[in-house]
Design a protein around this ligand. Structure first.
Ligand SMILES: Cc1cc2nc3c(=O)[nH]c(=O)nc-3n(C[C@H](O)[C@H](O)[C@H](O)COP(=O)(O)O)c2cc1C
Length: 257
């Protein structure tokens, strides 16, 4: 086996192990040196349009039995033309990145776990059919349970399909969740031992999206096959300090393509 491996194979398999931890000097991390943690949430630019979301006390979301949701979960790629309501979007955002408690600036607990409580993701939304939302790119502000309008995009369905290597169902979704990583948040605590745990963290977020979708008659499909440059362009991020890592189109269940 080993004789067929390339340097990329070696790096990839090494990434999946935890050998890196033996090499990191944890006494020299920015946390250990007393630096403040990076902010838990990227600030909304001054003057940007903020849309507050309904919360658990006010939204109208039917209860859903966990066993039923787990048993029914599947990757769904067929979406109907029915829009999502703002209540439903608020519920999905809460399920994936909602804040449970703010203990202190380095410990903001959410509805999903995260290594070292670092929560390295921003959630971008390519909204196409959400009641009360114009089409465009938005971003979730978990500390405020609001979304901020980021930018309008012409031909959004076509841009989404192109950004996912022609996976056309992405362009037909009511909304596409696009998670961007800000590695700095995790590096503050774990330095070079950050990268595998960031990848692990993303899985929990998307699994909660899958299960929450089952509660509202919607479907989701995880997407890891995407064009890095096109996704980062869509979000307007620099591709180094912040870059897309994972996507999931969501819509009310329709016929599979
Ligand atoms: C990390 C990850 C990446 C995936 N990427 C894609 C993708 O790019 N396109 C796609 O159609 N499905 C993608 N999927 C969905 C898988 O194909 C799907 O989970 C698998 O076929 C099992 O089906 P199920 O989710 O219905 O159980 C991905 C799933 C995961 C967990």
């Amino acid at each position: 086996m080993k004789e067929h491996s390339t340097i990329t194979t070696e790096i990839g398999r090494y990434f999946l192990t935890d050998h890196i931890r033996e090499m990191v000097n944890f006494r020299a991390t920015r946390q250990s040196l007393g630096f403040r943690p990076p902010p838990a949430q990227k600030a909304a630019p001054p003057g940007s349009r903020i849309i507050p979301l309904p919360n658990r006390e006010t939204w109208s979301i039917p209860p859903c039995d966990l066993q039923t949701a787990i048993a029914a979960r599947e990757s769904r790629r067929g979406f109907s033309s029915e829009p999502l309501s703002l209540d439903e979007l608020a519920f999905l955002l809460w399920a994936t990145q909602g804040v449970r408690a703010v203990l202190h600036e380095a410990a903001v607990l959410r509805t999903v776990p995260s290594a070292g409580c670092r929560h390295p993701f921003e959630t971008y939304l390519a909204a196409q059919r959400v009641e009360g939302l114009e089409s465009g790119i938005y971003r979730y502000l978990p500390l405020d349970h609001s979304i901020v309008h980021v930018r309008d995009i012409e031909n959004l369905p076509r841009r989404l399909a192109a950004a996912t290597h022609g996976q056309g169902f992405t362009g037909r979704a009511a909304i596409v969740f696009i998670w961007a990583a800000l590695p700095d948040r995790t590096e503050w605590r774990y330095a070079e031992a950050s990268y595998k745990v960031i990848a692990l963290d993303a899985g929990h977020v998307c699994q909660n999206l899958y299960l929450a979708c089952e509660a509202i008659g919607a479907g989701a499909c995880a997407i890891a096959a995407y064009n890095q440059t096109l996704v980062d362009e869509l979000l307007g991020v620099d591709g180094y300090d912040e870059f897309g890592v994972y996507l999931a189109p969501v819509g009310k269940i329709g016929e599979a393509p």
